[in-house]
Structure formats: C-alpha cells, structure tokens
Design a protein around this ligand. Structure first.
Ligand code: NDP
Ligand code: HSE
Length: 441
C-alpha cells in the first residue's frame, strides 16, 4: 500500500525530531501503523536549514499554504507554534479535508472550540498528544485509558522549563536568569519564555486536560495563572525545612461538595507539595501528572515533557493513530475531547475566590510581644485554622523576624480578606508571601 503522505509545517526543535525519529524507526512504525508514513513535503521560513535536515527525502518550500494545497498530502503536522499564522494554517488544512497533528497547546487552549468544531464539521481528526506533557501519553491516558472513571482531580508538573529552573536553583543555588538561559539553549523554553515562567504554558496544558477530563469546552481565559518569577530563595529553603518542595502545578479539580458551588477549579501556581510524594521528587525538565479518579484511584505519569525527540515521540504516535483510523467512520473515532460533541457539560470554571486549599504564609514582622497573637486572632476571625508556625531570624536586622504559618484548608476569599487585615498591621514590615499548599492525598 502507498505510504501515507505527510506535510510538515515548521521544522524547528520538534519538527526536526519528528523527521529524524520517523526516518530512524520507519520500519518499526510501518509494522505498527499497517502502512508506511512519509514526510513528503516540509514548509519552513528557513528553507536552507530545512533542506539540510531533510536532504532529498522531502520537498522543501517556504509557503506553508503550498503544503496544504497539495492534493497528495493526507496529514498536516503543524509545528510552528503561536496563535497567529498557525491558526490560519490549521483551519485551512481542516477546510482542505486534511487530518491535523499539532503540538500547539497555546492554539488549542485559546482557539480549541473553533478548531474542534471545524474538524468535526469536516469529518477530520485533530490530534494533539504532544501538546500536553511532551512525550508522556497523557492525552491518551485521560481520553481512553481512564474512560471508565469519574476524574476527581489532576495535578501536574507540566512545564519542563520552570521545573528545571526550580530544581537547579534549589540544588545548585544558581541564579534565576542563568538557569533560564540554560533551559532555552536546551530547547525546553517557548519562543517567548515568559509563557513558561509566568505559568501561561502550564495553564494552556491544564486547560486542555480539564476539557478532556470533564467534557467541558477549553476555557483558558477562565484559568487562574501565577508563575514562578516572584518566588524567593528563602521560601524554597523554608519549605524544605517544613517537609515540602515548591513545584509549579497545573490543577484541574471537580468540586461538588456540600456548601460549595459545583464546578471545576482550573489553576496554575507555585505549590508546596509534601516531599514524601513522588511528584515532589520530579526534577529537572521532567514532567509528571497525577490523576485521582473514582475507580482506579491515584495514577501517576512521568517522563520528558519537552525537547526534540520526546515531543516527536508524541507527534508520531498521533500520526500512527490517524493512519489507523482515517478510513474509519468519523462517528466511530475517539472524540477529540473524550466526550461526544453533543454530550459536553456546562460545569462552570470556579473563580479563585471559591477555591478551597491550604496555605504557606511568610511574614516579616517586628520581633516584639503580641505580634503573633494579633495575626492568629485575624486568622481565627476569618475562620482559618493554623496547622504550624515557625519563627526564624529575619535576614535584614535583629529587630525583625520571619514568621512562617501553615494553615489548614480554607476558602481563598477568606484568606484574601485576612491577608489584607494582617498586611495593615504596623508590625508587619513587608508584603506577605503567600504560597498555596496541596497535600495531594
Ligand atoms: P521552533 O521555534 O523551534 O520551530 C518552529 C519552526 O517553524 C521554526 O523553524 C520557524 O522558522 C518555523 N516557522 C515560523 N513561521 C513559519 C511559517 N509561517 N511557515 C513555516 N514555518 C514557519 O519551535 P518548537 O519546535 O520548539 O515548537 C513547535 C511547537 O511545538 C510549538 O507550538 C511549541 O509550543 C510546541 N512544543 C514544543 C516543545 C519543545 O520542547 N520545544 C514541547 C511540546 C510542544 P524560523 O526559525 O525561521 O522562525
Ligand atoms: N516550554 C515547554 C516546557 C515545552 O518547558 O515544558 C513543552 O511543552
């Protein structure tokens, strides 16, 4: 049988890995897919660099539309990134009846509703395993492997760049900027690294997972997003002393308990995680996703979340899926977002005020009688119960001290109110540091 003809748009870090792994493992992949899979055409702005990578194996062009317009191309892989030209090209490929494989989480998290609807109308597949957690087959696990379950929560280290930065800062005491430059040179960081550092990339991925877990539309605009750029070295140290490690987590959680509005928490922020949890020990650019589901219990998925060949592994898995399923009736394929398009839910994304979690607070306070009593009094008034208190000499002078408070679970709205009152106390000398804490049990 004639090999499936693939058009590749963008041959940078992931595109190159995809081309090379497909060439290297072509026989093995053909035996699995039932047909050969060939990248026949490549579009990239830098045609000279692209030609160097593909040699005589594929036609190289600078105009991506020429790939889409080629009637011989069955599948288009979009590896350009971003929401601009990538969106136009993906929609054009769908319109031209091509199946699409993409690693572009930004595009799907923001414009997924429009893109999935277009693919559904046209009867083509849009596959995106590489968009979340790189080489970890987490989309397949959520969409197919766990299909019997009611998903309770997902918590993941889903940005390799920030995990790499946090690990290096903690282990080697390196400065933030130096580690970021290293992550960029290793090909982990996004074209705009603020997407990584400020939690946006992780929020794109958490948004996609929330849609598949709960059958809700992708709603990146409703996600709460906080990155690691404001994290301070002493909080990483104090967390360790208290038995915790700080990780940037992407969290999607279904809330249906009495006294709370039913909905989904969708949030990305630094978190204290108990050091004894496996996920707290995920280091470097590695990713891990923990899923709590009613039938299976807790499962954990671990692997490389970024980089050329790990991400290519996921892109090629999608190519094989499309090759196997392209002749199937579209109605018999696995739905893009795990749930049938006419069975989606309108479960709302909850506001951050409605989130219930526990907290690490660090206050720089005047070292004098009665300060702790005033602070604990305000917390008690706000119905916030304290789990532990730690006092450490302040870094600036002998007259001040660092007060670290761990709380039990409470409503974020209550914590905001209490923090505003505490911040107003004369004896509180600096902005309060607040880091959320997740026990993940
Ligand atoms: P790169 O920037 O390395 O590659 C993108 C390539 O697309 C470049 O060669 C670029 O050329 C080319 N390009 C830009 N505009 C066009 C255009 N109009 N037509 C054709 N080619 C174009 O990105 P990555 O490979 O790192 O990322 C690709 C996608 O994969 C992104 O969506 C990213 O978020 C995602 N991803 C990346 C991972 C990683 O580890 N890197 C992991 C998981 C997902 P030029 O360089 O000349 O601009
Ligand atoms: N910039 C991303 C990361 C690439 O660091 O995880 C993988 O999506």
């Amino acid at each position: 049988m004639k090999p499936i003809q693939v058009g590749l748009l963008g041959i940078g870090t992931v595109g190159r890995g995809t081309f090379e792994v497909l060439m290297r493992n072509q026989e093995e992949i053909k035996r699995r897919a039932g047909r050969g899979i060939e990248i026949a055409m490549v579009a990239d702005l830098d045609t000279a660099r692209a030609s160097q990578v593909v040699g005589h194996h594929a036609v190289v062009v600078s105009d991506a539309q020429a790939v889409i317009a080629n009637p011989d191309i069955d599948i288009v892989i979009e590896l350009i990134g971003g929401y601009g030209v990538a969106k136009q090209l993906v929609l054009a490929a769908i319109e031209a009846g091509k199946h699409v494989v993409t690693a572009n989480k930004a595009l799907l998290a923001v414009h997924g509703t429009e893109i999935f609807a277009a693919a559904h109308r046209r009867g083509v597949m849009i596959c995106f395993e590489a968009a979340v957690a790189g080489g970890i087959p987490i989309i397949k696990a959520l969409r197919e492997g766990l299909t019997a379950n009611r998903i309770e929560w997902i918590a993941g280290i889903i940005n390799g760049t920030t995990n790499f930065i946090l690990s290096e800062m903690r282990d080697k005491g390196l400065a933030f900027g130096d580690v970021l430059a290293q992550a960029q040179s290793l090909g982990y960081a996004e074209a705009d690294p603020t997407f990584d550092i400020e939690g946006i990339d992780a929020a794109h991925k958490a948004t996609i997972m929330s849609a598949i877990a709960y059958g809700i539309p992708v709603q990146f605009d409703k996600a709460y997003v906080e990155g690691i750029s404001k994290l301070q070295a002493q909080d990483i140290r104090y967390a360790e002393q208290l038995g915790y490690r700080i990780k940037l987590l992407g969290i999607a959680k279904r809330v249906s308990s009495k006294g709370s509005r039913e909905g989904v928490e969708l949030r990305v922020h630094p978190c204290l995680v108990p050091t004894k949890r496996l996920i707290a020990n995920v280091e470097g650019a590695m990713n891990a996703v923990m899923i709590q589901a009613d039938a299976v219990g807790t499962t954990l998925y671990y692997g490389k979340g970024a980089g050329s060949e790990p991400t290519a592994s996921a892109v090629i898995a999608d190519l094989v899926d499309v090759t196997r399923l392209m002749t199937a009736d579209p109605l018999n394929r696995v739905p893009h977002l795990a749930f049938q398009p006419d069975s989606m839910s309108d479960l709302p994304i909850l506001s951050m005020d409605e989130v219930r979690t526990s907290y690490y607070l660090r206050l720089v306070v005047a070292d004098e009688a009665g300060v702790l009593a005033k602070i604990t009094g305000i917390l008690a008034q706000a119905d916030i119960s304290i789990d532990a208190v730690l006092q450490r000499p302040g870094s600036e002078s002998k007259q001040e001290t660092d007060l670290i408070i761990l709380t039990h679970n409470c409503l974020e709205a209550h914590m905001n109110k209490a923090m505003a009152s505490i911040q107003g106390l004369e004896s509180v000398l600096a902005p309060i540091v607040r880091i959320r804490k997740e026990e993940l049990s």
